[in-house]
Design a protein around this ligand. Structure first.
Ligand code: PEP
Ligand code: MN
Length: 264
């Protein structure tokens, strides 16, 4: 189902009226984690004013250490819904386990499968039963073929609204958090009709590298971006070092827009 051979036209995924793929480009922005109503609503208003089409925010966080902030859980989803009510932005959040399927079906507009769960096949089958579109991040060390097969799991279970997201992979390099694999965009286009967006934040791991990677992803033809933005990066509970301030995000959006105009 994900294979380009049997479906030559680009797929367009519609998230509450926001289209991605087949020439439709959209930027998703917001904090790594939802921390409070003020934090997420204020960031939502700022990123919307800069042109973001959707709001991201983690409520259930896959942290490397069990002692790190694990996210606000269900109450985090409710704060995202408040920010959605205030701005009209559809919300994107990560699901960590099959038992939350009903909760996400009810509350979240675009259900994210994180890199660490790309091959959690039970979870893929479960989100395959949802009516909500799915954002499938590439695993930390997975091939294009494995990534597309994970999309296939979701599609085979009945949900064909899958957006792929390149977020960098593990290599021998340790300077950056991950190595952004821009080859994924033309390669996936060849192999599949599914939309593909890029997450420069988790690839770079450093806020100052987010802009050049985002621009490169836009130039090479990604269908969108997902960018971490925080109103107080120094005190963020998660991923502050790679988060843009709303001001830096605004500058980035202006450059992305002019690059898009130039591409056309
Ligand atoms: C995230 O989007 O906050 C996240 C944890 O991303 P990834 O799964 O790509 O590491
Ligand atoms: Mn993050």
């Amino acid at each position: 189902k994900a294979n380009r051979k049997f479906h030559p036209e680009d797929s367009v995924v519609d998230v509450q009226g926001v289209k991605i793929g087949g020439g439709h480009f959209a930027v998703i922005a917001g904090p790594c984690s939802v921390e409070s109503a003020e934090q997420v609503t204020s960031i939502a208003r700022d990123v919307k004013a800069s042109g973001a089409a959707m709001l991201r925010g983690g409520a259930f966080k896959p942290r490397t250490s069990p002692y790190s902030f694990q996210g606000m859980g269900e109450s985090g989803l409710d704060l995202l819904l408040e920010a959605k009510a205030a701005t009209g932005l559809p919300i994107v959040s990560e699901i960590m386990a099959p038992r939350y399927a009903e909760l996400f079906e009810e509350k979240v507009d675009l259900v994210q499968i994180g890199a660490r769960n790309m091959q959690n096949f039970d979870l893929l089958k479960e989100v395959g039963k949802l009516s909500k579109p799915v954002l499938l991040k590439r695993g930390l060390a997975n091939t294009y073929e494995e990534w597309i097969m994970s999309a296939e799991y979701i599609m085979a279970a009945g949900n064909e609204n899958v957006i792929l997201c390149e977020r960098g992979v593990r290599t021998f390099e340790t300077y950056t958090r991950n190595t952004l694999d821009l080859s994924a965009i033309p390669a996936i286009r060849q192999m599949s009709h599914l939309p593909i967006i890029v997450d420069p934040s988790h690839a770079a791991g450093m806020y100052w590298m987010v802009e050049p990677l985002a621009l490169a992803a836009t130039a090479i033809g990604a269908d969108g971006l997902i960018v971490e933005v925080h109103n107080d990066p120094a005190h963020a509970k998660c991923d502050g070092q790679q988060s843009l301030t709303p001001e830096k995000f605004d500058t980035l959006m202006k450059k992305v827009e002019s690059l898009r105009a130039w591409r056309e």
